[in-house]
Design a protein around this ligand. Structure first.
Ligand code: FAD
Ligand code: NDP
Length: 515
């Protein structure tokens, strides 16, 4: 370690590594940089920071174009500025509102009748936190000697990138490797008033106005999560669902989640699409829509319209034609090594076609790529069995296959589904509904019953599933799961108590918490 540190500080580290790891010895001086990373979000920063650890000279370009509503933000990408982080903070804010009422049931002397959220204050503290993360990120990049420039990068040719400095000077550095990590931005529907009058997740976390009665269009992660924290903060959201909620997830779990949201007073406009938005003379938003099942038109008035209809890859400014990089549907096509159609150009994160759009996926694939490029590693990113959580008030977390996928791949006769409702101990005193607290394990029917998928709706689902995800990746079986001693009283222990199979038809509702 000492040797590595002194080599790194003496500047010989990189040359040693190149001789040791690059396979073919290359002329380090031929290019201005060993690596140019386009995009300073989760994937790009992880790749850039890892690469400098192995002595690479790295330039990272990151630039955010303002939204149509004028929102802009700093370095760090979607997760830090307009994604996971502000979302989790607003989720927490909404859960705390609920907790205050529960506290009264537990004997706290709180006057919970007058409790109201202060939207402006919430936005301010969330934005302050984001700014502190932006600052720490910039310091970290400087300390690690990643050259960071706040500018749009695009290809001139496969090894040359161009960008403009703050002073307007055009730069055209060359690079041995280029990593495209430009992520995506929310889509707007091609209907009247969408861009002018609607906002997206890029705006909501810094929205100065109280959202009020909000139409959330889209029933994916973003739509459901935003609707839920808005409801928890006392607003009145309606979710417009084009086809089904949470397409691609386990159907039973998704329907249960939607039922939980309905129970909490969130409205759903099912099989409905927006047709246009206009401003009324009172300053509200009149939304015209069509129910595609009944073929009837309707309209309603909202304070805010939030588009959550998916994201498009940000390839538009990259001039990928000049590099010969192939794309599909706004995304970059890569092989199992994250290489694009041009062997020295790679892509990581949301910009890759057909891979999960999640921060830990972007980070790990970026890190592993840097290790393969600069440290002789051969480890590839494994995109299977990636755990994920939908941050609704009862969260939904899962890892591995849905029941439908397992049936499709193995056949219904070859899988066993263990399931159960459960009653979190802490729900009893405030008399919280546990109607939607449910979990299931999808397993092979034979042998020790290898587990193919785990699904959980309940409190802190992400915390529960994270550890089980490691177990599932290590080949967890039902036998092992049931031989695991639970931690009592937790909700995670319910996985160790699963005994009822769907096939048996036995009622999966528990009689008490500790039987
Ligand atoms: P990004 O983080 O989007 O970074 C790309 C950067 O490149 C951006 O700053 C972009 O402006 C910049 N850029 C684009 N073009 C150029 C160019 N030509 N030159 C220079 N810079 C450019 N994931 C989770 O795992 N958990 C969550 O809870 C979660 N919540 C989310 C909530 C919301 C509302 C959203 C929208 C997403 C959420 N995600 C979550 C997804 C997660 O944010 C993304 O998967 C992750 O940020 C992708 O990282 P990335 O590096 O690929 O791209
Ligand atoms: P999704 O693709 O998950 O969902 C888009 C939703 O919008 C679907 O319900 C889709 O319906 C609907 N839709 C699409 N086009 C239209 C249209 N023209 N009119 C009406 N409805 C439409 O996108 P999100 O924006 O919700 O999320 C993007 C990604 O970000 C996710 O895939 C996820 O990876 C990541 N993310 C992760 C989070 C987490 O980890 N907790 C949180 C938030 C985002 P249909 O099913 O009919 O196509």
């Amino acid at each position: 370690m000492m040797l590595l540190k002194s080599l790194r500080s003496s500047g010989t580290f990189r040359s040693v590594l190149f001789l040791r790891f690059s396979g073919s010895v290359r002329n380090a001086s031929k290019f201005d940089y060993d690596l140019v990373v386009l995009g300073g979000g989760s994937g790009g920063l992880a790749c850039a920071k890892e690469a400098v650890e192995y002595g690479a000279r790295v330039l990272c370009l990151d630039y955010v174009k303002p939204t149509p509503a004028g929102t802009k933000w700093g370095v760090g990408g979607t997760c830090v500025n307009v994604g996971c982080i502000p979302k989790k903070l607003m989720h927490q804010a909404s859960l705390l509102g609920e907790a205050v009422h529960e506290a009264v049931a537990y004997g706290w002397n709180v006057n919970d009748r007058d409790i109201k959220p202060d939207w402006k204050k919430l936005v301010k503290v969330v934005q302050n936190h984001i700014k502190s993360v932006n600052w720490v990120t910039r310091v970290d990049l400087r300390d690690k000697k990643v050259e960071y420039v706040n500018s749009i990068g695009s290809f001139v040719d496969p090894h040359t990138i161009k960008y403009k400095t703050k002073q307007g000077e055009l730069k055209q550095p060359t690079a041995q490797y280029v990593v495209i990590a430009v992520g995506g931005r929310p889509r707007y529907p091609p209907i009247k008033g969408a861009m002018e009058l609607g906002i997206t997740s890029d705006d909501i976390f810094s929205y100065e106005k109280e959202p009020g009665r909000t139409l959330v269009v889209g029933a994916g992660y973003v739509g459901l999560e935003c609707a839920c924290f808005l409801k928890g903060l006392g607003y009145d959201p309606t979710v417009m669902v084009r086809s089904i909620v949470l397409r691609g997830f386990d159907r039973q779990m998704s329907e249960l989640l939607a039922a939980m949201m309905t129970d909490r007073g969130i409205h759903f406009l099912n099989t409905t699409i927006p047709m246009g938005v206009e401003r009324t003379s009172e300053g509200k938003l009149l939304v015209q829509y069509r129910n595609t099942t009944t073929q009837t038109d309707g309209s309603d008035v909202f304070d805010t319209v939030l588009w959550a209809i998916g994201r498009k890859g940000l390839i538009e400014d990259l001039n990928l034609g000049a590099a010969g990089v192939q794309t599909y549907n706004d995304k970059v096509i890569v092989d199992h090594t994250e290489a694009t159609s041009v062997p020295h150009i790679f892509a990581v994160g949301d910009i890759i076609y057909g891979r999960p759009e999640l921060t830990p996926v972007a980070i790990l694939s970026g890190r592993l790529l840097a290790r393969r490029l600069f440290a002789g590693s051969t480890q590839l990113m494994d995109y299977t069995d990636v755990a994920t959580t939908v941050f609704t008030p009862l969260e939904y977390s899962c890892v591995g296959m849905s029941e439908e996928m397992a049936i499709e791949r193995l056949g219904a006769d070859n899988i066993e589904v263990f399931h159960g409702y459960y009653k979190p101990t802490e729900f009893f005193i405030p008399q919280k509904s546990f109607r939607h607290c449910y979990l299931k394990a999808v397993a092979e029917v034979s042998g020790d019953q290898k587990i193919l998928g785990l699904h959980y709706i309940g409190p802190v689902a992400g915390e529960v599933i994270q550890g089980f995800a490691a177990a599932l990746k290590s080949g967890l079986t039902v036998k092992t799961l049931l031989n695991t001693v639970g931690i009592h009283p937790t909700t995670a222990e319910e996985f160790t108590r699963l005994s009822i199979t769907k096939r048996s038809g036995v009622d999966p509702t528990p009689a008490s918490c500790c039987s």
